[in-house]
Design a protein around this ligand. Structure first.
Ligand SMILES: Cc1cc2nc3c(=O)[nH]c(=O)nc-3n(C[C@H](O)[C@H](O)[C@H](O)COP(=O)(O)OP(=O)(O)OC[C@H]3O[C@@H](n4cnc5c(N)ncnc54)[C@H](O)[C@@H]3O)c2cc1C
Length: 390
């Protein structure tokens, strides 16, 4: 295939992985990013005061069953063993505040109800004594949670957190969010079930820096993409917000944004990386203590982020796509615009308006780069989406 000049908008995982693959195939790659750093939302950097590697845009834990993706990330940066074990504060049925283990497991249940049940006993207790079986056909997240685990566990572990995270009462969210019983009847508190789990030894930005380190790749930071910049390029891969590409001409797709309140502490502030706050009246959703993401490092000082969630305003960083009925209708209209546009493929979490874990982002980026090569080789037009947003 003849070498092409290709532009990647965004130096996050999507832009970096597509760019690297196509640079290795002999194409000339330019990657630009509006921010002053590479890495997108996975960006990590050393905190100047404590020396701790900080997950600047919120905690990121790598987990996957995809062996090719696992080999891919390890090719650029050694991954250290890391299991995500989350704790939460909440009120027990007597209204007493405590710290509990998440996801809800046998330890949580026994502690919460003040019991010493074995797995079968706990299973019977939850499904026969706690679950609200009067709800026959749950329509909302609230009804589904009540049907699975009953009011006490629902209120302690789902209700307050969901209201804070999504700015919506669980009675306004669809039941499909909770597909199966969200409880483990053993003491497994590993948040993820995936075969491969870990943390890049020197952080995600160090890994992405190595992905971008190729003679065929030029990176330009602090450069905001405008459509006229596509001129002179054979194709654009755009990992910015889909509606932003069209200057929001149909309106804005809804997002939740996060505010982080940084504070430092001498020693160990909370004893774990992530502590959720299940109570509705605590204004933040969680506190992240970043040094616990690198247990192989040693730091006297500690840096923590209190995390607050709210609806994104135009100037805010878009974090989580809302994807309710209203947004889905607007998304369809933007997809139609995108499909009519020429010379651009929309990729990644913002380009396709979906929440994507890092492993899925990398999988889709590799598939997109390969799909692009195949289309060009066959002399066929390159589609606006290799993965449909709807
Ligand atoms: C709070 C939070 C926690 C997460 N935790 C995890 C986790 O624990 N595990 C996991 O696997 N995944 C996690 N993720 C998902 C992970 O962040 C994404 O998979 C990943 O960031 C997607 O990469 P991307 O390149 O598609 O997008 P991004 O990382 O958002 O990169 C897009 C880049 O494009 C740039 N850009 C946008 N518009 C323009 C423009 N007009 N001009 C120039 N540049 C532009 C942006 O500055 C940005 O750098 C989490 C996500 C969030 C929001």
């Amino acid at each position: 295939m003849a070498s092409q000049k290709l532009l990647m908008v965004g130096a996050g995982l999507s832009g970096a992985v597509i760019g690297r693959h196509l640079a290795e195939a002999g194409h000339e790659i330019t990657i630009l990013d509006a921010r002053a750093h590479i890495g997108g939302n996975c960006h990590t950097e050393r905190d100047a005061e404590t020396g701790v590697n900080v997950h600047v845009y919120g905690p990121h834990i790598f987990h996957t069953d995809d062996e090719e993706v696992w080999d891919y990330v390890n090719r650029f940066e050694p991954f250290m063993p890391y299991k995500n074990r989350v704790k939460t504060t909440s009120l027990d049925p007597e209204g007493k505040r405590g710290v509990f283990s998440l996801p809800i497991n046998l330890h949580t249940i026994n502690q919460f109800f003040g019991k010493t049940m074995r797995p079968e006993e706990a299973h019977d207790f939850i499904t026969q004594e706690q679950a609200d079986t009067s709800i026959e056909d749950p329509q909302t997240f609230e009804e589904q949670a009540m049907r699975f685990v009953g009011r006490d566990l629902y209120e302690a572990f789902f209700k307050g957190y969901t209201i804070k995270q999504w700015g919506m009462h669980p009675s306004g969210l669809p039941a499909s969010i909770l597909k199966r019983l969200p409880v483990r009847f053993n003491y497994d508190d590993n948040y993820f079930f995936h075969k491969f789990q870990g943390m890049p030894e020197n952080g995600y930005t160090a890994m992405i820096e190595k992905i971008l380190d190729h003679p065929g790749i030029t990176v330009k930071l602090e450069t905001v993409f405008t459509r006229d910049m596509a001129e002179g390029f054979d194709h654009v891969f755009y990992s910015g917000p889909l509606d932003g590409y069209f200057d929001y001409e149909l309106g804005r797709l809804g997002y939740r944004t996060l505010d982080f309140e940084r504070f430092t502490h001498e020693g160990d502030y909370q004893g774990c990386a992530v502590m959720n706050y299940g109570e509705e009246n605590v204004p933040y959703t969680r506190i992240t203590e970043h040094k616990h993401f690198s247990p192989w490092e040693s730091h006297e000082g500690s840096v923590c982020y209190r995390e607050f969630s709210r609806a994104a305003e135009p100037e805010d960083i878009p974090y989580y796509p809302i994807r309710q009925v209203k947004e889905k209708a607007l998304l369809n209209d933007y997809v139609a615009l995108a499909e009519a546009a020429q010379g651009v493929t929309f990729v990644g979490r913002l380009g396709t308006y979906r929440y994507l874990d890092m492993d899925v982002t990398i999988r889709e980026a590799l598939d997109t780069a390969r799909g692009f090569e195949a289309k060009v080789a066959q002399g066929e037009p390159v589609p606006a989406f290799f993965v449909a947003p709807v």
